[in-house]
Design a binder for this molecule. Structure first.
Ligand code: ZN
Length: 319
């Protein structure tokens, strides 16, 4: 049996919108039956968020049904060429709970704009140079971020501006991107169902107060994804959707404050629902069949694969 990590689960849910089959329609009745049985909650979320919540629950509740009825196979993630080590690729699953890649903290290093601007082959040259310089090893040996970063900046400035005529890197530039390991799928704390209901109800009351039972505010709340868009995109979206000029009437800043408040309430509800699913369907103990994960487009982590090959008896003991 195989496990997936917390962060993989979150990524899978986040990217699920594009992978759910087109004919999966999460309308009102479907939502109550398959996502969460509360009419008010349906209206809190937009089309995409409803799909994410459905994916999270279904993946935990009955992944076989999820794969056979609702899902298109995951595509291989593209290499966005932003980091030295993350090169996209497939999602991974693990065969052993003590796998080194689950238990170790994760670090990657940014590819600076000076290199990105030069394009494809320079990115590969930079990655190769970076690996040869063993900065990652230095990071794990010393755990001294300032020292490692200073070292990278200084070595970079000795090499690349001369080689490819790019600018020097500013000494304050931070190459290091750390992520403290979130471990295997775990529900660490005690979960109280009554506390959960109480929190959900409080948040719904808070949302009601914000919306003041106004139809306009209800419609505007569903546009909270505009919060991080630029002014011209906000303008053109609102003009299409509403009959009069909302920015003129209310001011952009006020609209943003409203969206910010709505988003905060919504995110808390979203987080609580996900935790509720994890607890209800026992995410902590959850093992998936490898066949199912292969169906989803996952591949086995390379450490686990080689351990299973070299020490197959460990694998049979486990399952
Ligand atoms: Zn592994």
């Amino acid at each position: 049996m195989a496990t997936i990590t917390n962060s993989t689960f979150s990524q899978l849910v986040k990217e699920s919108n594009s992978h759910l089959k087109d004919d999966v329609k999460i309308d009102f009745d479907f939502f109550l039956n398959h996502v969460y049985e509360n009419k008010k909650i349906f209206f809190v979320f937009n089309f995409y968020e409803r799909r994410r919540l459905f994916t999270a629950r279904c993946l935990l509740e009955d992944e076989k049904k999820f794969i056979s009825s609702y899902y298109n196979k995951l595509e291989v993630k593209p290499d966005k060429k932003e980091f030295v080590y993350s090169r996209g690729g497939s999602f991974k699953y693990h065969l052993f709970d003590d796998c080194i890649s689950i238990s170790s903290d994760y670090v990657d290093f940014a590819i600076p704009d000076e290199i990105k601007r030069e394009g494809g082959s320079y990115i590969e040259i930079f990655r190769k140079w970076f690996e040869e310089k063993k900065f990652k090893e230095l990071y794990f040996e010393t755990k001294n971020k300032d020292l490692v970063n200073r070292n990278i900046v200084s070595e970079f400035n000795k090499t690349f501006p001369l080689d490819i005529f790019c600018n020097q890197i500013n000494p304050n530039y931070n190459f290091i991107r750390e992520r403290v390991n979130t471990g295997t799928v775990k529900v660490e704390y005690r979960f109280s169902k009554s506390e959960f209901y109480e929190k959900i109800n409080n948040l719904l009351t808070k949302r009601d107060k914000l919306l003041k039972n106004s139809d306009l505010r209800k419609q505007l709340a569903l546009c909270d994804f505009l919060l991080y868009k630029d002014e011209s995109s906000i303008n053109s979206y609102l003009n299409q959707k509403f009959k009069y000029d909302l920015i003129d009437n209310y001011g952009l800043e006020n609209l943003k404050i409203f969206w910010q408040r709505h988003k905060e309430i919504k995110n808390e509800i979203y987080y609580l629902l996900i935790e509720n699913y994890k607890w209800t369907y026992n995410f902590k103990e959850k093992s998936y069949d490898e066949i199912d994960l292969n169906e989803l487009g996952f591949v086995c982590c390379k450490y686990c694969e080689s351990k299973a090959f070299n020490q197959p008896h460990l694998l049979s003991q486990k399952s």
